[in-house]
Design a protein around this ligand. Sequence first.
Ligand SMILES: NC(=O)c1ccc[n+]([C@@H]2O[C@H](COP(=O)([O-])OP(=O)(O)OC[C@H]3O[C@@H](n4cnc5c(N)ncnc54)[C@H](OP(=O)(O)O)[C@@H]3O)[C@@H](O)[C@H]2O)c1
Length: 286
Amino acid sequence: MRIMIIGADGQLGTDLVRTLEGDLVPLTHADVEISDHSSIEAVMLEHKPQLIINTAAYHQVDLAEDNPEPAFVTNTIGARNLALTCAEHDIDLFHVSTDYVFGGDKREPYSETDLPGPLNVYGTSKLAGENFVRALAPRSYVARTTGLFGIAGSREGRSNFVETMLRLAGQGRDINVVADQYVSPTYTYDLALAIGQLITTRKYGTYHITNSGYCSWFEMAIELFRITKLTPNINSITTTEFGAKANRPLYSVLSNNALERAGVPPLRTWREGLESYLTERGLHAG
Ligand SMILES: NC(=O)c1ccc[n+]([C@@H]2O[C@H](COP(=O)([O-])OP(=O)(O)OC[C@H]3O[C@@H](n4cnc5c(N)ncnc54)[C@H](OP(=O)(O)O)[C@@H]3O)[C@@H](O)[C@H]2O)c1
């Protein structure tokens, strides 16, 4: 199968390129601009993929509150453009979305059929993108995931939660981490493996795909410093105390039931994913 990967140098894109089998066409932002329909048509005509995987997103969650346009341009219009192209040319579409489509009122994992209720501009723009994909592209998958960390996040100019913690620890600063937001941190390598399995099923629809288990961001930070044997001063604070511009769900753990029903085994735990990530970074002190 010829698979076009959009966002190929991002966190998830990098691990899709590392793990997927097939005839891969990895495209970076320099190769395609998904908010421009003609740009998508051009790469589609050149490479003639059978499947397009869209990992591209604008995810500056706080900046988007005051300046929503870039979020809607990439996350909504970009998704719509891809869906239109895939529908017109009979191409399968795999679109990646987020736990931030949910409001966070539940205290048990969100299922694929739970009603979304985004709290911020980013989540709203991603939900609108999902809706375009479901409405326009009959052969499509929408996969929501949470708290990604992938090796590309350690590259110059990129980041993720783990890298932010490591950087702050390296600067010898006190670190304040929110302890009242619960997620399932997910290693993009594990997510990429699951996507590789799901796309062979041709069972289109909406899926949640995360590492197993969940934690608060504070608990994740504690775990990563345990594994690396780093000893910064770390304080647990509340979301209100942190005072980010954008509202975020306090609980956005996702049940992966649809994935299991499709025959894809559950992903390993986020702790195991984190250990592998830190091993790959050469920082596992165990
Ligand atoms: N990161 C998280 O914690 C998280 C959590 C839940 C869900 N997600 C979702 O998971 C997906 C993958 O996230 P990620 O962390 O792998 O993202 P990432 O590392 O930022 O990678 C995104 C890639 O898409 C490219 N891109 C951005 N805008 C584009 C556009 N308009 N046209 C073409 N390419 C564009 C970026 O290139 P440039 O950087 O060069 O612009 C980058 O290569 C996204 O859909 C995101 O919404 C992420």
